[in-house]
Design a protein around this ligand. Structure first.
Ligand code: SAM
Ligand code: SF4
Ligand code: SF4
Length: 338
């Protein structure tokens, strides 16, 4: 099958596919799935609505034919999806897919890290929003301490996976953890990346007042442990990189609020129930599952995917920066994945 790159309305290539494999989670992070909303009666997707592994792989193959080289598995909590390693194994065999990564809260990694690595997984991004138990327990909404996550990190490293850490920073929630996290992970085998609190979803009470900017985060670190900016590893890398001047370690900041990067956004997202979203902040998705289940052939599927990307005009974070407003109804982060 020919690999035919496709470009959107602004000339951006389609290169990354993010696949959400489940909308459920074992955490209730306050900024993502606040427990007051995502309680017992929340209408999570029934199993029959989830794409099967076979359907996901079939779609991923068509995406690879259109130029996708990287796949990220996310959720909800992707490690809750049964036999996830089997999916990774099949994705790994697709022609053109060079990189498979996973985003997880890591609690289930000690049991799964080896299997995932053997299946072809190369990298994990582990979310950890604080290094002090009391702060972290409050944030994850389930009273889980830091230890299970640290165990997950260890298991990932021991299995040979490359590890990056993601810490969402929100004013009033965990700014106290910016320095302790930097100190703790500086000389460990992981790269810590701070993420500006974003206005994803409709339930996390986002307000610009609660955003701690990339500049504030870096200033804080710099006063104690001097850093300097370094070049991105590759074009379109979302995190700005900073290295410690003493030569040990680096940190990154993902600044989708105060320094947006829509012009280099090459990502498409597939939800667990088979909808495609050309932007994290989209209000609606394209129902590709119906096409699959109606018996659409591969050629038609590729045509639909290419047309969807070709029409893409999304640049939400740039627009938010220009207008200072966040006033769109959006899909939930736990549904679409990060
Ligand atoms: N459950 C997995 C995890 O937490 O790593 C994967 C899914 S989670 C939705 C993916 C990433 O989105 C996590 O790193 C999480 O911290 C981040 N995230 C969720 N809500 C966010 C928000 N409002 N602002 C910034 N990042 C957010
Ligand atoms: Fe779950 Fe990840 Fe959302 Fe936290 S950020 S509630 S771990 S999906
Ligand atoms: Fe990409 Fe949308 Fe985020 Fe801009 S706002 S970087 S277009 S996902």
């Amino acid at each position: 099958m020919d690999n035919t790159p496709v470009r959107d309305h602004f000339g951006r290539l389609l290169k990354d596919l993010r696949i959400s494999v489940i909308d459920k989670c074992n955490f209730r992070c306050t900024y993502c799935m606040p427990k007051e909303i995502f309680g017992h009666d929340y209408p999570f997707l029934p199993e029959s609505e989830l794409l099967s592994f076979e359907e996901i792989v079939r779609l991923a193959r068509q995406f690879a034919a259109l130029g996708v080289t990287k796949i990220r598995i996310t959720g909800g909590e992707p490690l809750l999806r049964k036999d996830l390693h089997e999916l990774i194994e099949e994705l790994y065999q697709i022609d053109g897919i060079k990189d498979i990564a996973l985003t997880t809260n890591a609690v289930l990694l000690p049991k799964q890290a080896k299997k995932l690595k053997a299946a072809g997984l190369q990298r994990v991004n582990i979310s950890l929003d604080g290094i002090e138990d009391e702060v972290f327990k409050q944030i994850n909404g389930r009273g889980v301490g830091v230890q299970p996550v640290l165990k997950g990190i260890e298991a990932a490293i021991a299995a040979g996976l490359k590890v990056k850490l993601n810490m969402v920073v929100k004013k009033g929630m965990n700014e106290s953890q910016i320095l302790p996290m930097a100190r703790y992970f500086k000389d460990k085998d992981v790269i810590l990346r701070y993420i500006e609190f974003m206005d994803v979803g409709n339930h996390n009470g986002w307000d610009m007042k609660n955003v701690i900017s990339k500049q504030e985060i870096i200033n804080k670190i710099h006063t104690e442990m001097p850093v300097e900016a370094v070049e991105p590893n590759y074009e379109g890398e979302v995190a700005s990189r900073f290295r410690y001047l003493d030569g040990i370690g680096e940190v990154g900041v993902i600044s989708s609020v105060t320094d947006s990067f829509c012009s280099s956004c090459t990502r498409i997202r597939l939800s667990a129930d088979g909808k495609l979203y050309t932007c994290l902040f989209a209000s609606g998705g394209y129902d590709i599952k119906s096409k699959l289940r109606e018996g659409c052939d591969d050629r038609q599927l590729r045509y639909d995917l290419a047309r969807l990307w070709g029409r893409r005009k999304d640049r939400y974070s740039d627009e938010r920066a220009e207008s200072g407003k966040s006033n769109r109804k959006k899909i939930e982060m736990s549904y679409i994945g990060g």
